[in-house]
Design a binder for this molecule. Structure first.
Ligand code: PHE
Ligand code: CO
Length: 295
């Protein structure tokens, strides 16, 4: 274990450039300041208050089961026995973004990397990279769900494989992660709900993704998602809706190698497009969309 540093993207003449680090660190819990705990408390309370009726039942149940509370930043060492008993996953502390292969290998082995440091008070609504709030509040609760936990580990194995196949395969697989793990919606008996971590850790997008007329909400379709570009600097133009975590698991079970080959000959789909073949829950008005900038 090394001493924990805080690794943030660097502002250059090309904009923010991510910095990658491979270190696994002990969560330096005693080094959190009162201001750090206060940022956690504000974000936690704000999201806890709005998420009933927006986030999936599984997410809300898991938050309670994990015993995360507003009063202080959780200790990974306290969460780990609970998480491990439920699904065999454990949290490991990291300083920031990991190189892709390392990230996939951790997931494949049921280790979820959590950034140890938390954003500053002036970054409550947006920052350019994952921090402790996004990773812990956004990603970790659903790792308590056995089916979703298996999906994440399968994704890690699929990532190691795609990494060996090539960069186009990785682009396809990353879009799947983006539109499920980070920005996924799920159909519940009583309506659409959020399960994506990029949404549940953002107040603005939690409301926008379900209540705004601007974005498309479209039924999950594996190959369609793998072809769809996305946004990293604005709310998503399109969200994809699963019926259940089991659907996600089943759809991603087959070998992706032939799919990567097939998709290599096809064009990417702009983030906001709706196709004739889409199962449309809601066709977005496109209000406020920027014309360029899809990744
Ligand atoms: N079945 C995929 C493959 O063969 C692996 C995978 C599973 C990828 C779940 C993503 C999610 O590559
Ligand atoms: Co994330």
């Amino acid at each position: 274990m090394e001493t924990a540093r805080r690794t943030e993207s660097q502002l250059t003449e090309k904009g923010y450039v991510p910095v990658y680090t491979t270190a696994i660190v002990e969560q330096p819990w005693d080094s959190y300041t009162d201001a750090d705990h206060a940022v956690w408390a504000q974000l936690f309370e704000r999201q806890k208050a709005i998420l009933p009726g927006l986030a999936s039942d599984e997410f809300i149940a898991a938050l309670g089961a994990m015993e995360m509370t507003a009063d202080r930043i959780p200790k990974f060492a306290d969460l780990n026995p609970i998480l491990h008993a439920a699904t065999g996953w454990e949290l490991i502390g990291v300083e920031g973004l990991l190189p892709e292969l390392e990230f996939f290998q951790h997931l494949a082995n049921r280790r979820f990397p959590v950034t140890w440091w938390i954003r500053r008070e002036d970054q409550l609504d947006y920052l350019a990279e994952p921090d402790l709030f996004h990773d812990l509040f956004g990603h970790v609760p659903l790792l308590m769900n056995p089916v979703f936990a298996d999906y994440m580990a399968a994704y890690g194995r699929g990532g190691v494989k795609a990494h060996g196949i090539g960069s186009d395969a990785l682009v396809n697989l990353t879009r799947l992660y983006w539109y499920t793990v980070e920005f996924g919606l799920i159909q519940q008996k009583d309506g659409l709900r959020i399960y994506g971590s990029g949404i549940v850790s953002s107040k603005g997008e939690s409301i926008h993704c379900l209540q705004s007329d601007a974005p498309n909400r479209i039924g999950f379709d594996l190959e369609r998602i793998m072809r769809t570009r996305y946004r990293i600097d604005t709310y998503q133009k399109t969200y994809f809706v699963i019926d259940s975590f089991q659907q996600l698991m089943d759809a991603t079970g087959p070998d992706f190698a032939p799919i990567y080959t097939k998709l290599a000959a096809m064009d990417a789909i702009p983030a906001g497009d709706v196709l004739d073949t889409d199962k449309v829950f809601h066709r977005g008005t496109g209000e406020g969309w920027l014309n360029d900038g899809d990744v």
